[in-house]
Write a protein that binds this ligand. Sequence first.
Ligand SMILES: Cc1cc2nc3c(=O)[nH]c(=O)nc-3n(C[C@H](O)[C@H](O)[C@H](O)COP(=O)(O)O)c2cc1C
Length: 342
Amino acid sequence: MPDFYKIARKVLFSLKPETAHHLTLSGANFAHRLGLLTLLTGKPPASQPVEVMGLTFPNRIGLAAGMDKSGRAVAAFGALGFGHVEIGTITPRAQPGNPQPRLFRLREHQAIINRMGFNNPGMTAVLANLEKSRQGYSGIVGINLGKNFDTPNENAIDDYLSGFRQAYAAADYIAINLSSPNTKGLRDLQAADTTRGLITALQEQRKKLAASHQGKIVPIAIKIAPDLSDQHIADLAQVFNQTHIDAVIATNTTIDRQAVAGHAHADEAGGLSGRPVTDRSTEVIRQLRQNLTADIPIIGVGGIFSAEDAQNKLDAGATLVQIYTGLIYQGPSLIHDILKLN
Ligand SMILES: Cc1cc2nc3c(=O)[nH]c(=O)nc-3n(C[C@H](O)[C@H](O)[C@H](O)COP(=O)(O)O)c2cc1C
């Protein structure tokens, strides 16, 4: 079958990145509802389920946070072959995000810079979207939480606790995003003692929530940045070991611009994703694996453009992988290529 995405990409790349994003999501949803999506992309190859965080994932590949921020297209992404879809980042209250333009393609580098700033309709609206959009989907749903931009860091914990409470019933796992570069001060929450306090507070709340949710224990994963020193990674790993966190997601986008120096968009503020982060995120996974106890799984994300890139992350110590920028550049055939690894 001809790769329909090669044609679709020509059209999408002729549009402004954010317009292309909305069109892709609506188009995928629409095609899925008509039962056309798998006709266009082909049926995903069969794969082996894998147990992670006490959950059964149908396969090792998931959609990274930020693509389906408002939980509108979960079953459509499932039909493309994703075994898990991480929606969000979601903040307790709706917020518009940063002014546009805030999304830039760096085609020569197979990269994106974004400073979206957690644009999302707020937790209540997202949960309503999710209820509809997950119908017919049998994979795993992760809900990625952030704080509102106008919540001061000293109160950040309240936003995470509020998101956690609200998302608890709907989530298979909850991801705590401490690593977006686009919310002022967010990455400071990665200071080891601050992270420890946050995890402990969430775990305390989880005990109470489990009691009111038929004993359901929702796993907590922490998402970290690629821009951490070796020492900082080791310190965080110690916190993760001591608090028995359920998983670590590595990594978010980078603020480093070395790899794209000289590009017209290189100096745009925001997080850089795609090819330029492939090796760095794999290195962070490797270092985490060396420092984490064997029972803490790593979800590897950052610059996966081929099955080989995914395999490198698995070899470095990840159990699951996620993609975002690679999907935009390569299309859904990338998901199928990775599924064939099994
Ligand atoms: C446009 C865009 C928006 C993103 N939004 C989020 C987000 O809301 N929350 C989050 O945790 N990560 C977000 N990310 C980061 C991705 O989930 C991923 O960690 C990162 O892009 C590296 O993977 P990639 O190279 O495959 O894109 C975003 C990435 C992009 C490109």
